[in-house]
Design a protein around this ligand. Structure first.
Ligand code: GRF
Length: 191
Protein backbone atom coordinates (compact mmCIF):
# COMPACT_ATOMS: atom_id res chain seq x y z
CA UNK A 1 0.00 0.00 0.00
CA UNK A 2 1.40 3.40 -1.01
CA UNK A 3 0.48 6.34 1.18
CA UNK A 4 -0.34 9.74 -0.21
CA UNK A 5 -0.57 13.18 1.39
CA UNK A 6 -2.64 15.82 -0.37
CA UNK A 7 -1.60 19.46 0.17
CA UNK A 8 -4.07 22.26 -0.55
CA UNK A 9 -4.98 25.79 0.42
CA UNK A 10 -8.65 26.28 -0.26
CA UNK A 11 -11.84 24.89 -1.70
CA UNK A 12 -10.36 21.42 -2.19
CA UNK A 13 -12.43 20.26 -5.15
CA UNK A 14 -9.45 18.41 -6.67
CA UNK A 15 -8.69 16.89 -3.27
CA UNK A 16 -12.28 15.66 -3.15
CA UNK A 17 -12.03 14.08 -6.60
CA UNK A 18 -8.83 12.32 -5.43
CA UNK A 19 -10.50 11.16 -2.19
CA UNK A 20 -13.46 9.77 -4.12
CA UNK A 21 -11.22 8.04 -6.65
CA UNK A 22 -8.87 6.41 -4.13
CA UNK A 23 -11.55 5.53 -1.58
CA UNK A 24 -11.06 1.83 -0.74
CA UNK A 25 -8.35 1.52 -3.41
CA UNK A 26 -6.24 -1.58 -2.61
CA UNK A 27 -2.91 0.00 -3.67
CA UNK A 28 -3.07 3.68 -2.78
CA UNK A 29 -4.39 5.34 0.35
CA UNK A 30 -4.83 9.05 1.03
CA UNK A 31 -3.41 9.12 4.56
CA UNK A 32 -2.94 12.81 5.29
CA UNK A 33 -4.28 16.21 4.26
CA UNK A 34 -2.08 19.26 4.74
CA UNK A 35 -3.50 22.77 4.52
CA UNK A 36 -1.87 26.14 5.07
CA UNK A 37 -5.19 27.66 6.18
CA UNK A 38 -7.76 26.80 8.80
CA UNK A 39 -11.43 26.58 7.83
CA UNK A 40 -10.83 25.44 4.28
CA UNK A 41 -12.95 23.15 2.15
CA UNK A 42 -10.05 20.73 1.94
CA UNK A 43 -10.02 20.29 5.75
CA UNK A 44 -13.75 19.62 5.69
CA UNK A 45 -13.12 16.86 3.11
CA UNK A 46 -10.42 15.40 5.38
CA UNK A 47 -12.93 15.36 8.24
CA UNK A 48 -15.65 13.77 6.08
CA UNK A 49 -13.27 11.01 4.96
CA UNK A 50 -11.79 10.44 8.48
CA UNK A 51 -8.33 11.40 7.28
CA UNK A 52 -5.82 13.04 9.64
CA UNK A 53 -5.02 16.64 8.76
CA UNK A 54 -2.23 19.02 9.58
CA UNK A 55 -2.33 22.81 9.30
CA UNK A 56 0.97 24.52 8.51
CA UNK A 57 1.81 28.17 9.00
CA UNK A 58 4.71 30.10 7.46
CA UNK A 59 6.95 29.22 10.40
CA UNK A 60 6.25 25.52 10.06
CA UNK A 61 7.06 25.71 6.34
CA UNK A 62 10.30 27.61 6.84
CA UNK A 63 11.40 25.34 9.70
CA UNK A 64 10.11 22.21 8.08
CA UNK A 65 11.15 19.74 10.80
CA UNK A 66 7.62 19.36 12.15
CA UNK A 67 6.12 18.87 8.70
CA UNK A 68 8.86 16.36 7.86
CA UNK A 69 8.12 14.52 11.07
CA UNK A 70 4.39 14.40 10.34
CA UNK A 71 5.12 13.02 6.85
CA UNK A 72 7.49 10.47 8.37
CA UNK A 73 5.08 9.47 11.17
CA UNK A 74 2.31 8.89 8.62
CA UNK A 75 4.82 7.02 6.39
CA UNK A 76 3.91 9.16 3.39
CA UNK A 77 5.32 7.88 0.08
CA UNK A 78 3.96 10.53 -2.31
CA UNK A 79 2.82 14.15 -2.05
CA UNK A 80 0.00 15.36 -4.29
CA UNK A 81 -0.42 19.12 -4.51
CA UNK A 82 -3.96 20.26 -5.23
CA UNK A 83 -4.16 24.02 -5.10
CA UNK A 84 -1.36 24.47 -2.55
CA UNK A 85 -0.10 28.04 -2.79
CA UNK A 86 3.26 27.86 -1.05
CA UNK A 87 6.57 26.46 -2.24
CA UNK A 88 7.47 23.11 -0.72
CA UNK A 89 10.54 23.41 1.58
CA UNK A 90 13.80 22.45 -0.10
CA UNK A 91 14.55 19.58 2.30
CA UNK A 92 11.18 17.98 1.60
CA UNK A 93 11.59 18.44 -2.18
CA UNK A 94 14.98 16.69 -1.88
CA UNK A 95 13.66 13.90 0.29
CA UNK A 96 10.67 13.33 -1.99
CA UNK A 97 12.53 13.85 -5.26
CA UNK A 98 10.33 12.59 -8.12
CA UNK A 99 7.54 11.88 -5.65
CA UNK A 100 5.70 15.21 -5.58
CA UNK A 101 3.12 16.04 -8.24
CA UNK A 102 1.13 19.21 -8.95
CA UNK A 103 -1.72 20.31 -11.20
CA UNK A 104 -1.74 23.70 -12.87
CA UNK A 105 -4.75 25.17 -14.68
CA UNK A 106 -3.00 26.24 -17.90
CA UNK A 107 -0.76 24.79 -20.58
CA UNK A 108 2.65 25.30 -18.99
CA UNK A 109 5.06 26.94 -19.51
CA UNK A 110 2.42 29.50 -20.50
CA UNK A 111 0.67 31.31 -17.65
CA UNK A 112 2.77 29.69 -14.92
CA UNK A 113 5.21 30.91 -12.30
CA UNK A 114 5.07 32.96 -9.12
CA UNK A 115 1.67 34.61 -8.59
CA UNK A 116 0.00 32.59 -11.33
CA UNK A 117 -2.67 30.68 -9.47
CA UNK A 118 -6.47 30.51 -9.39
CA UNK A 119 -8.27 33.30 -11.22
CA UNK A 120 -4.98 35.09 -11.96
CA UNK A 121 -4.29 32.32 -14.47
CA UNK A 122 -7.76 32.33 -16.04
CA UNK A 123 -7.89 36.15 -16.24
CA UNK A 124 -4.52 36.17 -18.02
CA UNK A 125 -5.54 33.39 -20.42
CA UNK A 126 -8.88 35.08 -21.20
CA UNK A 127 -7.29 38.50 -21.72
CA UNK A 128 -4.63 36.98 -24.02
CA UNK A 129 -7.36 36.09 -26.51
CA UNK A 130 -6.07 32.49 -26.75
CA UNK A 131 -8.65 30.08 -28.10
CA UNK A 132 -7.11 27.10 -26.32
CA UNK A 133 -6.26 26.53 -22.68
CA UNK A 134 -5.83 23.36 -20.67
CA UNK A 135 -4.23 21.65 -17.73
CA UNK A 136 -0.69 20.61 -16.88
CA UNK A 137 0.26 17.93 -14.40
CA UNK A 138 3.93 17.98 -13.49
CA UNK A 139 6.50 16.83 -10.98
CA UNK A 140 7.59 19.43 -8.46
CA UNK A 141 11.02 20.95 -8.02
CA UNK A 142 12.24 24.02 -6.14
CA UNK A 143 10.64 26.55 -8.52
CA UNK A 144 7.00 27.40 -9.18
CA UNK A 145 5.38 25.32 -11.98
CA UNK A 146 8.73 24.17 -13.29
CA UNK A 147 9.14 20.37 -12.89
CA UNK A 148 8.91 17.70 -15.61
CA UNK A 149 5.53 17.63 -17.35
CA UNK A 150 3.73 14.32 -16.92
CA UNK A 151 0.47 15.09 -18.69
CA UNK A 152 -1.24 17.96 -20.49
CA UNK A 153 -4.68 18.21 -22.00
CA UNK A 154 -6.02 21.05 -24.10
CA UNK A 155 -9.52 22.39 -24.36
CA UNK A 156 -11.22 24.89 -26.60
CA UNK A 157 -12.19 28.10 -24.79
CA UNK A 158 -13.31 30.25 -27.73
CA UNK A 159 -16.93 29.83 -26.58
CA UNK A 160 -16.13 31.17 -23.06
CA UNK A 161 -17.50 34.66 -22.46
CA UNK A 162 -15.61 35.36 -19.21
CA UNK A 163 -12.59 34.18 -17.21
CA UNK A 164 -15.08 32.48 -14.86
CA UNK A 165 -16.36 30.36 -17.74
CA UNK A 166 -12.77 29.41 -18.61
CA UNK A 167 -12.18 28.48 -14.94
CA UNK A 168 -15.26 26.25 -14.85
CA UNK A 169 -14.25 24.43 -18.03
CA UNK A 170 -10.69 23.88 -16.83
CA UNK A 171 -11.81 22.68 -13.39
CA UNK A 172 -13.98 20.02 -14.99
CA UNK A 173 -10.95 18.85 -16.99
CA UNK A 174 -8.87 18.74 -13.80
CA UNK A 175 -11.38 16.59 -11.92
CA UNK A 176 -11.66 14.21 -14.87
CA UNK A 177 -7.90 13.72 -15.25
CA UNK A 178 -6.00 14.34 -12.03
CA UNK A 179 -6.93 11.18 -10.08
CA UNK A 180 -6.23 8.92 -13.05
CA UNK A 181 -2.92 10.59 -13.86
CA UNK A 182 -1.85 10.40 -10.18
CA UNK A 183 -2.81 6.72 -10.10
CA UNK A 184 -0.81 5.91 -13.26
CA UNK A 185 2.13 8.03 -12.09
CA UNK A 186 2.32 6.12 -8.79
CA UNK A 187 2.04 2.80 -10.64
CA UNK A 188 4.86 3.86 -13.00
CA UNK A 189 7.07 4.61 -9.98
CA UNK A 190 6.34 1.21 -8.47
CA UNK A 191 7.15 -0.84 -11.57
C1 GRF B 1 -7.01 24.23 -9.31
O1 GRF B 1 -7.41 24.97 -10.42
C2 GRF B 1 -5.59 23.76 -9.49
O2 GRF B 1 -5.22 23.58 -10.81
C3 GRF B 1 -4.78 24.90 -8.94
O3 GRF B 1 -5.54 25.41 -7.88
C4 GRF B 1 -6.92 25.12 -8.08
C5 GRF B 1 -7.39 24.43 -6.82
O4 GRF B 1 -8.78 24.25 -6.81
N1 GRF B 1 -3.44 24.48 -8.61
P1 GRF B 1 -9.40 23.27 -5.73
O5 GRF B 1 -8.98 23.77 -4.36
O6 GRF B 1 -8.89 21.90 -6.03
O7 GRF B 1 -10.89 23.37 -5.92
Amino acid sequence: MKKVAIFGSGRGSNALSLLEYFDENPDVEVSLIVSNKKDTGILQHAYDYYIPSFVVDKYAMENEKRLSKVLQDEQIDYIVLAGFLWLIPENIVKKYEGKIINIHPSLLPDFGGHGMYGMNVHNAVFNSGNKISGISIHEVNQNYDDGAIIYQEECEISDCKSPQEVAAKILELEHKNYPLVVDNWIKSKMS
